[in-house]
Design a protein around this ligand. Structure first.
Ligand SMILES: *[C@@H]1O[C@H](CO)[C@@H](O)[C@H](O)[C@H]1NC(C)=O
Ligand SMILES: [Zn+2]
Length: 389
């Protein structure tokens, strides 16, 4: 806490910085109705996105390599504008003693083509692609093959809108305008989330711990808008244990409750437009939108967000409480997924991301035109452009 006189001195300066924040345009019903749907791609036997991931994916085994090849080649072949980079590390585990096990995070990124790396604030969508060593043969369909497939669908479905928007900005001379917020999107496919024996600080989150530390200690060029790649994360959205019917996702964190509400309102808009196919018993996946500030506790679920959150990154954790009954059992396989729920999570996340990236008017619509844009101001509780002072 700074002493009060510091606050009053700094306040006008902060106001000046914050006022460069841009507005955004809500996604229209027409655009929502035109969002691509990944029907066959989530088929558990033949689906191009999901089925290749329904294998064991233990770090250091052939399954890890197969999963990596699937993810990396999907981007290289279908989304060449998205950069694919790796963060590779090794570590020992209590189960494998002295053996160095490879943990390899895959980072895919789409930034405005003109933007310098340190000047882009990125919506960061996250899932882990490794699977648990035990029980032998464990697939981890909700944990987290299905979330990885959802994020691949989201990336693919955003591309045309991003390309159109950035081309238009370049034509209009908005590219590089210092008063326009520079927004990108990245997906982290993290490795080594699972414990090898029992969950402890050191036996879990191998990939996430290593990446968070690396990004924290890798500064951007001087004068960049963001100090380092951690600081460039505008919101860290972690999808985990998603894909069984009737998930109940609490709002875990008061500081990102505004983002939870946006997710919940995207879900209810899509449901009202009959664009979701699951029928959750409670009517919703996200029942906490009216949660009061006084009802937030310090309790949360340990997961890949922890090393990032400890370093100040804002986190939206999409994980059900209670956990699905198949959790960490051999039943967590393709057959136990509820594919309607898998598809619906993909659509909700896509709608949320399209709105975040301000793609209204740029997404292809079935009417063959792009909707008109109407600017609204951001709500007071939403984050503004972050600029280092
Ligand atoms: C990281 O590991 C992957 C998979 O083995 C490999 O393809 C890639 O080249 C490695 N990247 C770096 C930067 O070491
Ligand atoms: Zn797990």
């Amino acid at each position: 806490m700074a002493p009060p006189f510091m606050c009053s001195l700094l306040f006008p300066l902060f106001l000046a910085v914050l006022s460069i924040a841009s507005g955004y345009t809500p996604i229209s019903d027409d655009t929502l109705k035109s969002l691509p749907v990944a029907n066959d791609d989530f088929n558990i036997e033949t689906g191009s996105l999901l089925s290749p991931l329904l294998i064991t994916r233990v770090p250091g085994t052939g399954g890890q390599v197969e999963a990596q090849n699937h993810i990396a080649s999907f981007f290289q072949e279908n989304l060449p504008e998205w950069s694919v980079s790796w963060h590779n590390t090794t570590d020992t585990t209590p189960l494998t003693e002295d053996e160095e096990i490879p943990f390899q995070n895959i980072i895919v990124r789409r930034d405005p083509p003109w933007a310098a790396e340190g000047d882009v604030g990125r919506l960061t969508l996250v899932a882990h692609y490794d699977s648990k060593v035990e029980p032998e043969g464990f697939i981890g369909a909700i944990d987290s093959a299905a979330p990885c497939a959802m994020l691949m669908h989201v990336a693919r479905s955003l591309e045309e809108g991003l390309k159109h928007m950035w081309a238009e900005m370049e034509e209009n001379g908005e590219a590089g305008d210092p008063f326009t917020e520079v927004k990108g999107v990245q997906i982290l496919f993290l490795d080594g989330e699972e414990a090898w024996e029992t969950w402890t600080r050191t036996d879990s989150l191998y990939g996430a711990r290593s990446l968070a530390e690396y990004w924290d200690t890798t500064p951007h060029a001087a004068m960049s808008a963001y100090r380092n790649p951690l600081n460039s994360i505008s919101l860290f959205v972690l999808l985990d244990l998603l894909g069984t019917a009737n998930p109940r996702i609490p709002s875990y964190f008061q500081n990102t409750h505004w983002a939870y509400k946006k997710y919940a309102s995207m879900e209810s808009r899509l449901r009202n437009l009959h664009l979701l196919t699951s029928k959750p018993a409670s009517g919703t996946f996200l029942p906490d939108k009216d949660k009061k500030a006084s009802d937030f506790s310090r309790g949360f679920v340990e997961d890949d967000h922890v090393p990032f959150m400890r370093r100040g990154v804002p986190v939206l954790h999409l994980i059900p409480t209670p956990f699905p009954s198949v959790w960490h059992t051999l039943e967590d396989d393709g057959e136990h997924l509820d594919i309607d729920t898998v598809k619906d999570w993909a659509q909700i996340t896509l709608g949320f991301a399209a709105e975040w990236m301000d793609l209204e008017g740029h997404m292809p619509t079935t009417k063959g035109r792009r909707a008109d844009r109407v600017q609204v101001e951001r709500g007071a509780d939403e984050p503004k452009t972050k600029t280092e002072l």
